[in-house]
Ligand binder design. Sequence first.
Ligand code: FAD
Length: 434
Amino acid sequence: MAEKSFKYVIVGGGVSAGYAAREFAKQGVKPGELAIISKEGVAPYERPALSKAYLFPEGAARLPGFHTCVGSGGERLLPEWYTEKGINLILNTEIVKADLASKTLTSAAGETFTYKVLIIATGSTTLKLTDFGVEGASAKNILYLREIDDADKLVEAIKAKKNGKAVVVGGGYIGLELSAVLKINNFDVKMVYPEPWCMPRLFTADIAAFYESYYEKKGVSIIKGTVAVGFTSNDSGEVKEVKLKDGRVLEADIVVVGVGGRPLISLFKGQVEEEKGGIKTDGFFKTSVPDVYAVGDVATFPMKLYGDIRRVEHVDHSRKSAEQAVKAIFASEQGKEIADYDYLPYFYSRSFDLSWQFYGDNVGDSVIFGDHDPSSAKPKFGSYWINNGKVVGVFLEGGAPEENQAIAKVAKLQPPASSLDVLAKEGLDFASKI
Ligand code: FAD
């Protein structure tokens, strides 16, 4: 098979790839110079839509509605856009071998691609219960959600098992978003997770208590402190029951599992330096190998604001890291310099009528403020985190755009705070004054 050669190749066609493509175009990439090679069959899209509007019973989001770069308020890059710009979108093509020394990639079908500069943007994959040897975990209708094909399987299962019973395994943001959307689809929903409260990596017990009782009010039952240890299936191999470690057995027509992810870096094992489970980069997303960059979920990069190095699996970072890498590539070709990446962590989630944002770092002591009564008509509350006398992180549920901007500013500037009590009393006013 003929070898295809490009000046720039992005391996992976997800969020980072889409934002990188837009930056390549801004920087004046020439037709034929850039290729995006993706395992998926569609042009880059805003992945967060898959666990939200994609699953709505009515008015569901569908492509081309959420191709990148609409998620951050930009222009939507339709497949035609790539054609117009002369950017090669090589879809349905999985790279199975990467030889960084000879700058060659090989696809599952045996095609080879060479490049001068490579951007690794392979993202993450979901952890599977079959990986942990959970009994019966390969039954039909035990589903995961990462790519659009997974979302389509879920949509089909929701239709086939109309008004049925769903068990959601995992209490992270995917578990919370999926439980909400399954409830909106009129399923009987049970959520199961081992931790004492949902989203424990970010939420304090106070924050979680609000979401858990809000969900209960919406009719989602929450079972905490135990895990799924096995599944039974019916004669057609479809899941029928979920067996829990505490001995309970739950009926299920659909099981959706969201127990975490793993960055996809195995193609590059032994060829590039790794750190904290990802590919180690500098503040320009350059890896230890010349001409190889890594962005998005796979990159472990210097977090300038906190003086440490981190890997971040969130959409805002995938967009910004991609743009930074492309700017750095062009700057180095032109012998120019750009500032290194200075990222303020930003996460968000939406479910039911709720919507929260978080900026900064959730370390140190925390305090909750505002109306966190789940029965309120319009709950609005937040939390501040104080570390070494400074406010380093802020969470806000139900904030207006200007309020969300105010909390972002607090997290960035890290103003001093005299006491948690004062912050609790001042609430959002503290942020608005900064
Ligand atoms: P991805 O967007 O995952 O793209 C990776 C791409 O690489 C995929 O197209 C994949 O098929 C391809 N690929 C992988 N290996 C190969 C290979 N060997 N050959 C070819 N192609 C390959 N973040 C938030 O901040 N807020 C949210 O509300 C939110 N919701 C989410 C909901 C869901 C359902 C999921 C799955 C994630 C969500 N995220 C959210 C996380 C966010 O989407 C990711 O952090 C982001 O997509 C990472 O971008 P990426 O480009 O690194 O990887």
